[in-house]
Design a protein around this ligand. Structure first.
Ligand code: NDP
Length: 496
């Protein structure tokens, strides 16, 4: 029996016995079989989370106690990091070394929130009255649905689970149906660490089947979601009925600006990484290159040369530098995206098709692709491909670079390369994106907030705000010397 749903502290099979195969994007092998929740399983999980929250069994723990729990989970993840990385690599097709980095980032995320939770959160407010004590206190927000994507499955879930636990929320985790194994492993460690039953629940299955209750049930107070814009809109719509709190991370179309006075060797090398790491399946991928006209030929020629050298391969290929796309549907989507770009007038310099290497015949491998002569009006410049596709635009002035960099409905991240630090700072401030890298592209730390302007989302993960998403703020005003308000006249009153 496959029993991989975790509901009210118990591992369960789906109530209707349904199971779901997980396929390797590298060769379509079945790498796992997991339970596929029914609607009644979802309702049971919501019920368990709501009951546990309302019982106070976890909310009565102090911040310090919950932080200690989260620190313990970090240690357990570290203990099991190799087997978790193996699962992540099998589900996503990414190289084992990348999965190992991801699991290390997961540990760092849990440790960040454990340290943050151990700090003092509440504060006194000076209201200018000697007889009054005024306090701002922070309380767990309630029951949360935590819905994650397939590109960094455990890491994106960790950005939600760790702060939810520190805050004292109860929750239901739903990973992508394509990549469930690492979430199952995490849930086992949350259980092992001694989390009260019903606080953490795991539902598996496609969003189209199990998602609706998770985003609309009145017993859910918060939906924290990372994924596509279309699903984000569906969630906002459903959440409106009961005014749920929302935390949304919806991806980006991230500008990467290179001025002629930059360290070009570093800028070009980072451009290749920014666009082609994990085959572009990164919400902050720097897939929109915006390069000063005078160096356009030099930069693009070198990027094309480097793109042509990238070695694609599966989880166990020690020489591989990047892996497959997640699914056949995604490969087809990236292919039609590129074809549409060419039809719109983009100039295909390299790539543009799936790999024809016989070693990739059963996998979803797409070649690193560079599209030149792109304009802001084109679909390929405005829409995410979420594949290894770089578009190239040119600018002549600083103002033009800023204008092009902001010409998008997204606002997740961006980069600027220049040897003139004052200019780089001006551009960094003018770009309307949640993270800007200057003379760099890609690094992040859990101590710094992460999130998007505009249609890249709502709210922030990580940093201090990442915990704030899971807290309610309450003002408690205590009059230590009770007296009459005296607002309305009271002629008959003779004194107390
Ligand atoms: P989705 O938005 O479809 O999926 C993200 C998560 O939401 C998955 O767990 C999915 O479940 C779930 N989901 C889907 N529909 C619903 C629903 N109606 N209610 C509740 N949950 C739902 O993203 P995709 O995986 O299809 O990727 C599409 C695009 O999203 C990508 O091309 C990319 O642009 C963007 N994306 C952005 C990411 C980011 O980091 N910001 C990460 C991944 C994708 P399931 O997959 O099991 O159906």
């Amino acid at each position: 029996m496959v029993a991989t749903l975790f509901i009210d502290g118990v591992w369960k099979a789906a109530s209707d016995g349904a199971v779901h195969d997980v396929f390797s994007p590298h060769d379509q092998r079945v790498v796992a079989q997991v339970s596929q929740a029914s609607q009644s399983d979802v309702l049971d999980a919501i019920d368990a989370a709501r009951t546990s929250f309302d019982s106070g069994a976890f909310t009565s723990w102090s911040f310090k106690e919950r932080s200690a729990l989260v620190a313990k989970i970090a240690d357990l993840i570290e203990r099991d990091s190799e087997s978790i990385a193996q699962k992540e690599s099998a589900d996503t097709g990414k190289r084992i070394v990348e999965a190992q980095y991801d699991v290390a980032d997961v540990v760092a995320t849990f440790r960040h929130f454990a340290a943050l939770g151990a700090k003092e959160h509440d504060r006194r407010v000076d209201v200018g009255l000697e007889n009054v004590t005024s306090r701002i206190v922070h309380e767990p927000l309630g029951v949360a649905s935590l819905i994650g994507p397939w590109n960094y499955p455990l890491l994106q879930i960790a950005w939600k689970v760790a702060p939810a636990l520190v805050a004292g929320c109860s929750f239901i985790v739903k990973p992508s149906e394509l990549t469930p194994q690492s979430a199952i492993a995490l849930m086992g460690l949350i259980e092992e660490a001694g989390t009260p039953k019903g606080v953490a629940n795991l539902i598996l299955g496609p969003g189209s089947v199990v998602g609706n209750s998770l985003i609309s049930d009145p017993r859910i107070d918060l939906v924290s979601f990372t994924g596509g814009l279309t699903t984000g809109r569906t969630i906002m719509h459903a959440a409106a009925q009961t005014i749920k709190k929302l935390a949304l991370e919806l991806g980006g179309k991230n500008p990467h600006i290179i001025f002629a006075d930059a360290n070009l060797d570093a800028a070009i090398d980072n451009s290749v990484t920014a666009a082609f790491l994990h085959s572009g399946q990164v919400c902050s991928a720097g897939t929109r290159l915006i390069v000063e006209k005078s160096i356009h030929g030099q930069v693009v020629d070198e990027i094309v040369r480097r793109a042509g050298q990238i070695k694609l391969g599966g989880p166990d290929d020690l020489l591989a530098e990047s892996g497959p796309l997640i699914s056949q549907a995604h490969l087809e989507g990236v292919t039609s995206y590129v074809n549409k770009a060419i039809a719109e007038g983009a100039n295909l310099l390299i790539g543009g098709t799936r790999s024809t290497d016989p070693a990739h015949a059963n996998g979803w491998y797409f070649l690193p692709t560079v599209l030149d002569d792109c304009l802001g009006s084109m679909h390929c410049v405005q829409e995410e491909s979420f594949g290894p596709v770089m578009t190239v635009e040119v600018f002549e002035t600083e103002a033009q670079a800023i204008s092009i960099g902001n010409d998008t409905n997204f606002g997740l991240s961006g980069g600027v390369w220049s040897g003139d630090s004052a200019k780089a700072e001006r551009v960094a401030k003018a770009l309307r994106h949640g993270t800007i890298w200057v003379n760099d592209f890609g690094p992040y730390r859990p101590q710094a907030e992460w999130g998007g302007y505009k249609q890249s989302g709502i709210g922030r993960e990580l940093g201090e705000h990442g915990l704030g998403e899971y807290l309610e703020i309450k003002h408690i005003w205590t009059n230590n010397v009770p007296s009459r308000s005296g607002w309305f006249s009271d002629p008959g009153h003779g004194g107390a």
